[in-house]
Design a binder for this molecule. Sequence first.
Ligand code: NOJ
Length: 524
Amino acid sequence: MTSDTDWAKRALIYQVYVRSFADSDGDGLGDLAGVRSRLDHIAALGADAIWLTPFYPSPMVDGGYDVADYRDVDPRLGTLADFDALLSAAHDCGIRVITDIVPNHTSHQHPWFRQALTARPGSSARARYIFRPGRGPDSVEPPNNWQSVFGGPAWTRLPDGDWYLHLFAPEQPDLNWDSTEVRAEFVDVLRFWLDRGVDGIRVDVAHGLVKPAGLPDATVAGVSGNRPYFDQDGVHEIYREWRKVLDSYAPTRIMVAEARLRDTVRTARYVRPDEMDQAFNFEFLWAPWSLERIRDAISRSLTAMNHVGRSPTWVIGNHDEIRVASRLAADVRSSAVGLRRARAMALLSLALPGSAYIYQGDELGLPQAPDLAPEFHEDPKRRRSAEPRASRDECRIPMPWHGDRPPFGFGPDDSTTPWLPQPEAWARLTVAAQQHDPDSTLTMYQQATRLRQTDSDLTGDDFAWKPAPSGVLAFTRGQRFTCAVNFGPTAVPLDQLNLPENPLLCSTPIDDDALPANAAIWSR
Ligand code: NOJ
């Protein structure tokens, strides 16, 4: 039996970080009209859908994940008419559109929070958020010991003595999901975008909405490390309600969980049949360049998702992580090795059964940008976190499209400098520079995504591990397709790999009939 959401099971989804994709009006910030102008690039990758990060009115304290109005477009990024035009242009290219819903918290500029600030402690305006009296004499201690995800206490005190909870920045107050008003509001927000015709929603911090009863202190490390506030059973009730909302549309729409959990078995609970359609695979995304870790993440994902009757997702980058081309070489500190591994990971993830995500720029092999000068620091995590290299600005640099110097076609020729500076060295990484180069990362991605769509072994669900020499991870799909990845330090002769005869694609050119270290090969 087929269903309306079958397309998502093996969809290729391209993540557009709107501020950094393309700037149509030359103000230095990417926008919705810019995305529309570059749909051809996304179509050439064979994407089935795009996921647009938040474009709603926002003070942009957290790059738009601090929403001040859930039913409009930030004027710097366009208008509702621009959104409608993008949606219809994407649909004309056969590309579906997934928008981002941010239900865990609002911006401090949202009218509800502004009302809460001027209201009394205990008032109904404050009941939409999580306000509590503090502890200790004069309430000077926060209500509990929770730390925010970005670092520092998860509570901020108002001049009247009341404290409010923010799991992220203080400018992102957490909503109270025990409130029926909050629940009703978000159903209405969902309907606003679904009525406009979006094909799916990505749910930000899906594991965070419901807090443990009584807001107890964190004592021992839980499933989500020392974050006792995540992954409470109560969140699932919300998604069951939302599922009914999505299913009231024909065709029905999809829902994707951003639940940053290390354990795929817990993640699978978000995609039970009456909840969401997909969940980002963080166990796979966070696996280092290690055969064992990657093999385990794949096996566990396949088993856990199979158990709930859903397909896994394969994610190797997003706007919160160090760029894959830099992350995977953390142990060797070599950009050449990083790029090789990123290309091998791309072929690996695009060969697996399920849905694959591409974060804009990974198809160009963009590395993490060098540390930015202080005047460009935007990410609230950079300021608050104790982790060195916590900043996410360096993975959000505007896309290089063409030309030999910044802004590399990001905006019109006479435009303002992009909001984050692009490294000069990216001249050789632009779309135009890679377009007709048979060995470029972009060409490899285009070839791989085409095969992923057309090869009958890759369009099915079959998957089996294949015995391989030490250091090599190999699997088959269907009758004839094999993917092999060399995690070892030296090249492995092809005749030891027992591959099918025809090489289809290799992430690094083959020398002397051997699969180089840090490389993947597809054959049939
Ligand atoms: C996850 C988003 O991907 C990230 O960018 C954001 O900072 C947090 N959620 C908080 O909304």
